[in-house]
Design a protein around this ligand. Sequence first.
Ligand code: SF4
Length: 362
Amino acid sequence: MDRIDAIALFSGGLDSILAARLLADQGLNVLCLHMTSPFFGDARQIPYWQNAYGLRIAQHDLGDAFVELLRQPAHGFGKTLNPCVDCKILLLQEAKKIMLAHGAKILATGEVIGQRPMSQRRDVLNTIMREADVKDCLLRPLSAQHLDVTPMEAAGLVDREKLLAIQGRGRQEQLALAQNRFHLAKIPSPSGGCKLTERENARRYWMVLEHSNDPKAKDFDLANTGRQFWLNVGETFYWLSMGRNSRDNDALRALRSEEDALITFPGIPSPVALARYGSQWPDEILKLAGQTTLSYAIKALANSSRASMNVSCQSSSRSFVVEANRQSGFSLPDWETIHTTLKARRRRQLAPENEYRNTSSE
Ligand code: SF4
């Protein structure tokens, strides 16, 4: 294995490219880490990035560790379902482990002081650094000259004079660096994109977080696929994912687990639907799922809105005749409903004494 001097977190955004290139320009051997999860990261881009930006990049999948964090983020959510502070702590903790495994001493990020409202404020940066236990190795090459001298700079492992003093939200300095110094042929957007910040995706994830028993990364892969529906009957929540096109249909087939059921309509062009744990669903719920699924194949039905559906489980398959019905009860809550629940929960968390008093007076 080559000698590695520095590990650099690499999102694919411009700041992460510049931070890694600044260190490589000093003659350091830099290994970039592209962290992935169901919510961010795209490992398919790595060959392109390596070629376009002259960097060595490895994928590191956070998988279930990120989902565990998402279930109860110690520092809460941002505007949507993005647990940014906890996320950054986890990313740094993971990167530090890899840094130590390589015998490297520098852990670099593309963070810029004052660029983002919360997670890049100086006090929050300090919290992240402390909780991730990276005080002795964290380097922010783009803002380094605004920050205290790090042990790596003091030891001469990195030349502080060649690091930068960028701060704030402006992009001019980064763009000038990309164009005039590093001559990047293509300049990407500031960050790689995170589905947790988008309301439409947050609606999908929230239901899994709230109503799935011990959710894992593979559950969120399913939540990312096709249309999403839930049905609540009594204490039970039923989860149905439906393909929008043949690519989704193939993905659903691939994501099916032993206890799931696959709903299809043989002989007519129609979506495939996956009933999570559908092998345990009562027939009447499966029929409601079939009604919903068929309602999205209505063009294929010509003059009839009834069709025979096949429910295929691991070891058995059954058929029912159902009628297309988009009002069968399967739906997805809107963001406002979810947001109200989140706000109420946050208020309760911020007032533990009140909660204690309420409980103890009962
Ligand atoms: S936006 Fe997403 S990827 Fe970025 S820090 Fe927040 S949770 Fe993590």
